[in-house]
Write a protein that binds this ligand. Structure first.
Ligand code: BGC
Length: 708
């Protein structure tokens, strides 16, 4: 038996053996990834001979089909199959559709997000795949950007913590690898325009965007995807400093780097930094990419470049070694065991999904109308998103990928808000009138107003739709659409208390709701159970614990509005707007009141390599048991460069029974207080740090820590 097939040897021994047997053609074949859609018989004939590194966007039976057509390669190196399982294995109709990353991040619950990753991995692997192109570790600070829904929000610490949790969940059973993307600073592009230039410096990259990737690397993430965009005019695909010096050498990333879709070609066609695919391929490989997603000519180009001595075989070996190591790690050579198909949307995953949906739902306003009294007789459910599962799922499901099928019927069980209200309150109590479409008046606002007049409670479900979200679907204007504004205004004129439920990909300007509605519930894209969770919250069947991971501006032109901006000389206020956001990172109500007291630091003077404990008592003063996310912010009082007035450095979600007081302890590593200096070195500067612990950015207790 060939050594590389011997399971008793180490991954490195097997990899070295296999590499020593491979021709250069076979090696370069490993560096290519092809989209299943668009492959033709000629491709198959070619790849049968040389072997191919990876395919993506094939599902279930399609994978067996590819395997049959490609299995005859000389060394029988199995391809690795990738898919965008972004919020569940949702490109497969019938799999569990979890809330979007943005929705999920509002749960601030690392354990649930870990479990979501684990469940998704099982469903992905049961379908024959080995690799998810998730999580997105981009930071959403410009809300015009179309892909805000795919992120864990606006804060680097939250993105890193939840990213680490989901990666560990994806990879813990060894079924699949994760892919942290898009490396790096992709969301920070000019004007919130997808795949544009991010006009920032390396210092800024390190200060804000690198930390989540550092955590991903430390968590053992198997792969990282290069971003489409550029930083200060240099495309990431061609950025050796970012990919090789920082990611591979400094952070010690041992997995492989895959380009984004056709990113080699885009160096020629979109970014115009290479004259042809050959030049682009050379730049891509030299920069540190290990696998090219779907630029077919990359293969012949790299081969030619190696033969001409323009790319060294050593460089190729490094990439191929990284890819093969992952294939051995996943057991692809050893007849990888897969979970049974019955895990797809199994009861256990559905129960988990339901729990995540509840914890992800954010109660933003409640004048006391919620929970609704049980003796209520008629509830009007109105609004364009009340019964829209497409709006509720958001992007990256079978509705939109791999080939858009917008009229597909979901095979799994799901609850829109209307469905949830019927289940929770009984169908006989619910009157539904859509009222309007997102754009245009549709069935008529008048009918919705009539329904509201005759009801004891009104639930109005508004937001956005799929085509206002997602890749290259940036918006210049994130106000509510005209028809929805009219709907809310007309409903408010009835004098009834309006409970607004938002089903939307990302923050919108919702001043109107704050002013006119008695309650506001934010669900973002809540997946299969988003609508049920909203209805259960309305009925008081659980105590809401979601908090915003992202801020809501008053107006589209108030961006950016993230909480941890630097203070300007004049407070950053516009003369024609009130101060502050409509809602800010950390906001989110409970049916209980949580009272914080006795903030204590285990040391009030610390050394730079200390880890201190910060503890606080939290009392649940309400009548319902509930969960509370305790947030720890710091302010570096005097620093040699600008630092934000508050920056999250810790959070913990705890369950507290009604009437109970819990002491919550958070660890604070003093090294996490480092700033990035202008020369890109890191330093914790001696002096005072204000430590703030509380519910959100506004309500917190303060103490001072001295760092020597
Ligand atoms: C997106 C990636 C995605 C890839 C494959 C690209 O257009 O930017 O996030 O993983 O397509 O579907």
């Amino acid at each position: 038996m060939e050594k590389y097939l011997d399971k008793t040897l180490t991954i490195d021994e097997r990899t070295d053996d296999l590499l020593s047997r491979m021709t250069i053609e076979e090696k370069v074949g490993q560096m290519l990834q092809l989209s299943y859609n668009g492959l033709n018989p000629l491709d198959y004939a070619r790849f049968k001979k040389l072997g191919i590194g990876s395919f993506f966007h094939a599902l279930g039976g399609e994978i067996d089909d590819i395997l049959k057509k490609t299995e005859k390669t000389r060394l029988r190196i199995p391809p690795i199959f990738g898919i965008d399982a972004i919020h569940g294995h949702a490109l497969h109709n019938g799999a569990t559709v979890f809330p979007s990353q943005l929705a999920m991040s509002c749960s601030f619950n690392r354990d649930l997000i870990f479990e979501m990753g684990r469940a998704t991995a099982k469903e992905v692997a049961a379908d024959g795949l080995d690799w998810t192109f998730s999580p997105v570790l981009c930071i959403a600070r410009d809300l015009r950007w179309g892909r805000v829904n795919e992120t864990f929000g606006e804060d680097s610490y939250v993105v890193g913590e939840l990213g680490e949790a989901i990666i560990k969940g994806y990879e813990c059973d060894g079924y699949i690898i994760a892919c942290a993307k898009h490396y790096i600073a992709y969301g920070e592009a000019t004007g919130g325009r997808d795949a544009y230039d991010s006009p920032i410096t390396e210092r800024k990259v390190r200060e804000v965007f690198l930390e989540p990737f550092r955590k991903a690397v430390d968590a053992g993430c198997g792969s990282i995807m290069t971003a489409y965009g550029s930083i200060d005019a240099l495309p990431l695909t061609a950025n050796k400093h970012m990919l090789t010096d920082i990611l591979k050498d400094e952070l010690g990333f041992e997995g492989f780097v895959v380009t984004d879709y056709e990113n080699v070609k885009s160096l020629v066609k979109k970014q115009h930094v290479a004259a042809d695919i050959k030049e682009a391929s050379e730049m891509t490989v030299e920069a540190g990419n290990d696998m090219s997603m779907n630029t077919h000519k990359f293969y012949t180009s790299v081969l030619e470049l190696v033969k001409k001595g323009k790319i060294s075989e050593e460089r190729i070996n490094d990439s191929v070694r990284r890819i093969l190591r992952i294939k051995f790690r996943l057991g692809l050579f050893d007849g990888k065991e897969r979970p049974p198909k019955s895990v797809i949307s199994c009861n256990e995953h559905r129960a988990l999904n339901h729990e995540i949906a509840q914890e992800s739902t954010v109660l933003l306003k409640n004048d006391g109308v919620l929970p609704l009294k049980q003796n209520i007789k008629k509830i009007a459910v109105v609004g364009p998103n009340a019964d829209s599962i497409r709006a509720q799922y958001g992007d990256w499901t079978f509705f939109s990928h791999p080939l858009p099928s917008p009229i597909a019927k979901p095979k799994g069980t799901y609850y829109t808000v209307l469905g949830g209200m019927k289940k929770v309150f009984g169908a006989d109590k619910i009157v539904f009138e859509k009222g309007c479409d997102i754009f245009g008046h549709g069935s008529g606002i008048g009918k919705a107003v009539e329904a509201a007049k005759n009801a004891d409670a009104v639930v109005c479900v508004i937001g956005d739709v799929l085509h206002l979200n997602g890749e290259y679907r940036d918006r210049a204007n994130i106000e509510l659409t005209k028809s929805q504004i009219e709907l809310v205004e007309r409903l408010a004129e009835t004098g009834k208390k309006i409970i607004a439920v938002l089903v939307n990909g990302k923050p919108l300007c919702i001043n109107l709701l704050k002013e006119k509605c008695a309650a506001i519930i934010e669900t973002f894209n809540g997946g299969d159970f988003g609508g049920l969770a909203a209805a259960e919250l309305i009925a008081g069947e659980f105590n809401p614990s979601g908090k915003l991971s992202i801020s809501f501006p008053q107006s589209s032109s108030q961006m950016p509005c993230y909480y941890n901006q630097f203070d300007g000389w004049h407070g950053g206020q516009y003369v024609d707007l009130k101060k502050g956001n409509t809602y800010t990172f950390g906001d989110g109500l409970s049916f209980s009141e949580f009272a914080y007291s006795k903030l204590k630091l285990s040391k009030t003077t610390a050394n730079k390599n200390d880890v201190i404990e910060v503890s606080v008592n939290v009392k649940n003063k309400g009548k319902m048991d509930g969960k509370e996310t305790v947030m720890l912010f710091v302010n570096d009082v005097v620093s040699s460069i600008l630092t934000p007035q508050m920056e999250l450095k810790g959070f913990e979600k705890v369950f507290i029974r009604a009437g109970e007081t819990k002491t919550v302890t958070l660890q604070l590593k003093i090294s996490d207080l480092a700033i990035v200096k202008p020369d890109c070195t890191y330093e914790v500067e001696s002096g005072d740090f204000e430590i703030m612990v509380g519910r959100n950015t506004k309500e917190n207790l303060k103490a001072v820590l001295k760092v020597k």
